[in-house]
Design a protein around this ligand. Structure first.
Ligand code: G16
Ligand code: MG
Length: 211
């Protein structure tokens, strides 16, 4: 049924979401901007600048475009600092086993991530040479829920969108996959919604979908 699986990165392959949370939190504390886990929840799968715009809904302060660039850069510097200690020990449960399973089945594997830090993250967890295609925040104009990042992954693989299965932990990603005419399996946060085609209690459940 499926010729390829496109994995979201943050929240599916590696749990960098807490690092995003801490980095945004530090920047907001310095700026005196309200920030909490509820606000953070809305940033899942969303691009850096869109995330900042959501955060700035909680302040009266007006920031120029240049100041916004600087805030986003500061957050990213904090975030990248924390990524330097990331290793293959930080791969989420089942990742190794599921990737090997798919390779054995001859199913192609790709990354479809909003993150511009994808190359660094893949290198830190030693998966930089593993995927058949990587499509990330550096390659796209419109981020999830726009389907661009997933459609580009399919194009790089040379496989029709209808034959790709997306694995996502964010609602924005579930919507993006559907808008790209792809089926989607939800895990973690997104698994609580009924909009996905498959719900994965854990990543290993993917083996039952691709058998
Ligand atoms: C990830 C995270 C988002 C983050 C986005 C951009 O996406 O889920 O919270 O805002 O990347 O990240 P960066 O600032 O590193 O470019 P994904 O699609 O891998 O879940
Ligand atoms: Mg994600």
């Amino acid at each position: 049924l499926f010729e390829a699986v496109i994995f979201d990165l943050d929240g599916v392959i590696v749990s960098t979401d807490n690092y995003h949370f801490l980095a945004w939190g530090r920047m907001c504390e310095e700026e005196g901007i309200k920030f909490n886990s509820e606000i953070n929840h809305r940033l899942r799968g969303v691009s850096r600048m869109e995330s900042l715009n959501i955060i700035l809904e909680n302040t009266e302060k007006q920031y120029s475009n240049l100041e916004k660039e600087q805030l986003a850069k500061r957050k990213n510097d904090y975030y990248r600092n924390s990524l330097s200690s990331l290793s293959d020990d930080d791969l989420l449960p089942g990742v190794r086993s599921v990737l090997d399973y798919l390779k054995n089945k001859g199913v192609r594997v790709a990354i479809g991530s909003s993150s511009k830090n994808t190359p660094m993250i893949l290198k830190q967890v030693k998966l930089n040479n593993y995927f058949d295609a990587v499509s990330d925040g550096n390659d796209i104009v419109n981020s999830k829920p726009d389907p661009e990042v997933f459609l580009l992954a399919a194009k790089k693989l040379g496989i029709e969108p209808e034959k790709c299965l997306v694995i996502e932990d964010a609602m924005a990603g579930v919507e993006a996959a559907h808008r790209g005419r792809m089926k989607v399996a939800a895990i973690g946060d997104a698994a609580n919604s009924s909009q996905a085609d498959y719900i994965l209690g854990e990543l290993e459940d993917l083996k039952k979908v691709i058998n």
